[in-house]
Unconditional design. Structure first.
Length: 452
């Protein structure tokens, strides 16, 4: 059996609704509240500070929490996507999981700067990671319906770029309103890190505001292309179907199978660049914690540029070439930054790293979009999340071991490099879906009917 192929019944180029692309990209714009603010540049750095214990305790606990979250996601994500495929309520599940992410973000307000609150902070961020990944399964699956084969790369890049640009605006607002100086918006002070804790609430409201459009616009047009009256199956049966899918991938769709494996590895390394970048800057390269937001803003600018450019080249040259070039750029930049010292070196080579992150993420999502259909997108992107999270312990574990043995946060860099190199080696043997004829890929799709 070959990869599934769908064509437009009329044979004409399908029409892309700009309103659907716009609200889809706005969710990515809003999601920066979790990724840029909570995980990377503000709250994650806050938990890694000495307020929660010496000897990089916060860093190690965060890595451990991410590893646990990864196991949970790996065991559940594809079934969640599969069941959304079956019941035709992808928008509803996107809304539920987005709401849970927002709730965990807002709850971070209660994490006071004391060692006894470190566990609460790690639990909230780890739970947020789980719900964010569940929401991402539904969100990514929508890409198959709002894009065509000739535009999927640029639309995926548009989404990633919007996320990074959203991060810029939010980080600027957070810096001006809650971090710079001693007096902040609404009379908030720095006592008990109240300003940082209010950033969590502000970020939660930001995500809420920009996630509502996609839920409102798409609520009457489910993106799976199936009617919500489809027969439901038990959880046990869902896992049996999942096993059947994995077996079918191994027997008949080997290229897709190996893409899952390779992308799982390199996406784990790429994710670590942003997850631990701010911590590395403040603990190793002497960046002032109050100034790390400026690096975050610059990082989001270049990452957005990389995502936009990578998306355009993706549609022209194919996703594999974009990913390979970007991974090479990441590896070279990481090696250079490891042997350098000082704030200037971190700024220069850290921004080089960030430029190559966007194309890897965008083209990986578009790569899979060319290998699936609207009817199976949830399960496939669930497997995408699962394979990623099934090894998501890898980079955090290597970081925890390297930092734990050496006592130096700098050793995060070689841990990330090892994972990126392994992912690149595995990807080398995967065929590009845009240029390979061995496995037919998804052709341009038409709009699915609206749910009744």
């Amino acid at each position: 059996m070959s990869e599934a192929v769908t064509t437009s019944p009329s044979g004409h180029q399908p029409r892309i609704k700009r309103s659907h692309v716009t609200v889809w990209a706005l969710w990515d714009w809003g999601s920066a509240a979790f990724n840029a603010v909570m995980i990377t540049f503000v709250f994650g750095t806050y938990l890694a500070s000495e307020s929660f214990g010496a000897d990089d305790r916060g860093t190690s606990w965060l890595a451990a929490g991410n590893a646990i979250a990864g196991v949970i996601i790996a065991l559940t994500a594809p079934v969640i996507g599969q069941r959304a495929d079956n019941d035709g309520r992808r928008t509803m599940w996107l809304g539920i999981n987005t709401g849970l992410v927002i709730a965990t973000m807002a709850a971070c307000f209660f994490v006071q700067p004391q060692e006894s609150y470190l566990l609460l902070g790690v639990i909230l961020l780890s739970a947020g990671n789980v719900f964010f990944e569940f929401a991402g399964v539904q969100y990514n699956a929508m890409l198959v319906n709002i894009a065509t084969q000739s535009t999927i790369g640029r639309i995926s890049g548009l989404g990633w770029g919007a996320g990074y640009l959203g991060g810029i605006f939010l980080l600027l607002l957070a810096y001006v309103g809650f971090i710079s100086g001693d007096a902040h918006w609404f009379g908030i002070t720095n006592d008990d890190a109240m300003n940082i804790r209010m950033v969590a609430v502000f970020a939660a409201l930001w995500f809420l505001a920009f996630s509502l459009p996609i839920l409102i616009v798409m609520r009457n047009r489910e993106t799976t292309g199936r009617q919500p009256t489809a027969r439901r199956v038990s959880i046990v049966r869902s896992y049996r179907q999942l096993i059947d899918t994995i077996v079918e991938l191994w027997k008949h769709r080997r290229n897709t199978f190996w893409f899952f494996v390779a992308s799982a590895i390199f996406r784990d390394g790429v994710g670590a660049v942003f997850a631990y970048g701010a911590i590395l800057g403040t603990t190793v390269y002497g960046v002032d914690p109050g100034q790390i937001l400026f690096f975050g803003i610059a990082a989001n600018v270049v990452a957005a540029a990389g995502a936009f450019v990578g998306g355009l080249f993706d549609d022209r040259f194919g996703p594999k070439r974009i990913i390979v070039v970007s991974l090479l750029g990441l590896i070279v930049s990481a090696v250079i930054i490891f042997v350098q010292n000082g704030t200037l070196a971190f700024w220069i080579w850290g921004l080089f790293l960030c430029f190559f992150v966007g194309p890897v993420q965008s083209s990986s999502r578009a790569f899979l979009g060319r290998l699936t259909t609207a009817q199976t997108a949830g399960e496939m992107y669930g497997l995408y999340a699962t394979t990623g999270r099934s090894v998501s312990f890898l980079t955090p574990l290597l970081i925890a071991v390297f930092v734990g043995i050496s006592g130096q946060s700098r050793m995060m860099v070689p841990a990330i490099i090892i994972v990126l190199v392994l992912g690149l080696v595995l990807l080398w043997f995967v065929k590009d879906p845009k240029t390979s004829d061995d496995e037919p890929v998804l052709t341009d799709v038409t709009e699915p009917p609206a749910s009744q």
